[in-house]
Design a protein around this ligand. Structure first.
Ligand code: E4P
Length: 218
């Protein structure tokens, strides 16, 4: 399973990269705004900086919601760096844009997916990734992980090549259950990745090993 980090924060991206387990990055307009990145030139420069840190797929989202606008923005984004994946919302023109990009060999990430039917459409349009939002479904009392299961099963039934990118992953159990289900990728904040390190028995065990080793060296 690939690990993507869901942030536009360069320090966090660098930290996840330095851990040696990072396969890519997802961003969205809210995450860019959180870092204070506004304006075309600043946004483009920021994506370039991310691409310099991580050698893996970097999702950059279009802002336009009409076909022509999405194509225009997506082509500019894709020209920035070979690792850029154009992130397109699951709307009518978005599906058409994904088909267009797919035929031009431009990678896409279909975002804001909340149902199996939407995921099926994304795959049929030729999306490289589909992003079902686990946490946001949980937020409205709907089982987000069940959607990941459904999509993995449907894609498996027909051999769709679209990769299931579990998004809005909020905690370690989300991540581990996505791995059990067989999601291709998870994207989550840095703290979810680093929380995977934690186990009290590891800490207790290490303390004991070091204490015992110290006895022999007195
Ligand atoms: C996915 O690509 C989105 O950027 C993200 O995972 C949404 O997560 P959130 O629901 O925690 O904002």
């Amino acid at each position: 399973m690939k690990f993507f980090i869901d942030t536009a924060n360069l320090q966090e991206i660098q930290e996840a990269h330095d851990l040696g387990v990072l396969d890519g990055v997802t961003t969205n307009p809210s995450l860019m705004a959180k870092e204070g990145i506004f304006g075309h030139d600043n946004v483009m420069a920021h994506y370039k900086q991310i691409c310099e840190i991580v050698d893996g797929d970097i999702s950059a989202e279009v802002i336009a919601t009409d076909f022509d606008g999405m194509v225009r923005e997506g082509e500019i984004l894709a020209d920035l760096h070979p690792n850029i994946v154009v992130k397109v919302p699951m709307i009518r023109d978005g599906v058409k844009a994904i088909r267009y990009f797919s035929e031009k060999g431009i990678k896409t990430n279909c975002t804001l997916v909340f149902s199996a039917g939407q995921a099926l459409l994304a795959a049929k349009a030729g999306a490289t990734y589909v992003s079902p939002f686990v946490g946001r479904l949980d937020d409205v009392s709907t089982d987000g992980l069940q959607l990941i299961e459904q999509i993995v099963q449907i894609y498996g039934n027909y051999g769709y090549q679209t990769q299931v990118l579990a998004a809005s992953v909020r905690h370690v159990m989300h991540l581990v259950q996505c791995a059990e289900i067989g999601a291709d990728v998870v994207t989550c904040p840095l703290n979810v990745i680093t929380s995977l390190l934690n186990h009290p028995l590891t800490d207790i065990g290490l303390q004991k090993f070091l204490a015992d080793h110290a006895k022999g060296n007195k």
